[in-house]
Design a binder for this molecule. Structure first.
Ligand SMILES: Nc1ncnc2c1ncn2[C@@H]1O[C@H](COP(=O)(O)OP(=O)(O)OP(=O)(O)O)[C@@H](O)[C@H]1O
Length: 400
């Protein structure tokens, strides 16, 4: 186990700056995911942590010791890549033993032929075999030890790659998109296994993915990256409910958050000409309003599990355009009449009446209630600001 600290890490390839001043603390035994769109610098940061790439600026510390100049081996870090990188001519057992051979045997004794006869290799062999077997059992691949990688499924190959990394007993375990070559069902399975592995090993995990579901389901904390910077580091639920910016709010959450341009005026917050009855910043300014698809609910539509509408909710006329049936819930695409240009997604749970009639046939005009406690407000630069929900007394659009 180990604590990892990154201080002001920067990286440029030629004139292109791909990492800008990244500082992060990963606690001992924590599972931290680096998540972000393709090209944001996740893999480069992971390679810098591992020692495969040198930073242009900044320091890396493990347990308080500066390791920036150390080799990957000296850092006692293991890394698993998306392509597994297994040796095709070696058995599973030999693949898994390779890191032990490299770290425990002198150079001459590592050669394949010499390995079987050199005294140092013969002495080390039983203990290496035991270590490999222990890890193979932990990953439930002990029945595959004599097979070659070509005789394994994708999920089994991935487990061998995990096993090979674990067998060295590393302090920190780095993973770069380890599930991206697996099909959807297997991804869910291996995701659970990686979480179990994290809990049982107690190791510090740093995990790179562009898939927010992976990051949100496995991690203690998620660092969301964009353009070589970390936008926010927080627990998954905090990123979802308390994003620091529009960019974070847009990346986290599926279906995506609705973002609407609104205007703060002296007498409230306006969507088009509709007063949303929120006290804002007390001056005229263009803002952005974030509404998660589940922060909206329909009024009086048969077949939907209608949430009790909270006092203070704002009712807005909504024009339905398309309905997607997702099984237990539906996603309704449409727009507020106040702003037909912006597509709005509303997520609603079905009840047992759903499907008995076509609830939405001909129902193009609906009423949507917005829960004001679930609004997210951002300034013109996309940074979060805190509105004060405020119940209007007199106007009919607000539920009292
Ligand atoms: N060796 C290199 N030389 C020049 N540019 C590089 C090099 N390695 C990475 N880059 C650039 O750095 C940027 C970040 O790449 P990186 O692979 O870290 O992104 P990523 O977030 O991991 O993307 P992906 O999810 O697609 O793997 C990209 O624009 C990439 O083209």
């Amino acid at each position: 186990m180990a604590r990892l600290t990154l201080k002001n890490i920067g990286k440029s390839f030629g004139k292109t700056e791909v990492l800008k001043n990244i500082s992060l603390d990963v606690e001992d035994g924590e599972f931290l995911s680096l998540v972000g769109q393709s090209g944001c610098g996740k893999s480069t940061l992971l390679r810098i942590i591992s020692g495969l790439e040198a930073p242009s600026r900044g320091e890396i510390l493990i347990d308080g010791q500066v390791v920036t100049e150390q080799s990957p081996k000296q850092r006692n870090i293991a890394m698993v890549f998306q392509d597994y990188a297994l040796y095709p001519h070696m058995s599973v057992a030999e693949n898994m033993a390779m890191p032990l051979i490299m770290s425990q045997l002198p150079l001459h004794a590592r050669l394949p032929l010499v390995r079987h006869v050199a005294p140092s290799a013969r002495r080390a062999k039983p203990s290496m075999a035991t270590q490999v077997e222990t890890v193979a059992k932990q990953l439930r691949i002990d029945h595959l030890l004599t097979r070659k990688p070509a005789q394994l499924s994708g999920g089994q190959r991935q487990r061998v790659a995990l096993g090979r990394a674990l067998v060295r007993n590393p302090g920190i375990f780095l993973m770069d998109e380890p599930l991206s070559n697996l099909d959807a069902k297997l991804r869910v399975e291996v995701r659970r296994e990686i979480s179990e592995l994290h809990h049982s090993s107690g190791l510090t995990f740093v995990y790179v993915t562009h898939d927010q579901t992976e990051a949100m389901t496995m991690s203690d904390r998620v660092a969301l990256m964009q353009g070589g910077e970390v936008l926010q580091v927080a627990a998954p639920n905090t990123l979802y409910t308390n994003p620091v910016s529009v960019d974070v709010a847009r990346f986290i959450g599926s279906p995506q958050i609705n973002i609407l341009p609104v205007q703060s005026r002296l007498d409230g917050l306006f969507l088009g000409d509709i007063n949303l009855h929120l006290e804002t910043i007390g001056k005229v300014s263009d803002l952005q309003l974030g509404l998660r698809p589940e922060a909206l609910s329909f009024r009086g539509v048969a077949g939907l599990q209608l949430q009790p509408i909270k006092p203070g909710s704002i009712l807005l006329p909504f024009q339905k355009r398309m309905v997607e049936d997702l099984g237990p819930e539906i996603l309704i695409h449409g727009c507020f009449e106040a702003d037909p240009e912006i597509e709005i997604r509303v997520r609603a749970q079905k009840n047992t009446d759903y499907g008995k009639t076509d609830q939405f046939a001909g129902t193009h005009k609906l009423q949507v209630a917005i829960d004001p406690t679930q609004l997210l407000l951002f300034n013109a630069h996309g940074l979060r600001i805190q509105p004060t929900p405020h119940m209007a007394q007199s106007l009919g659009e607000v539920v009292t």
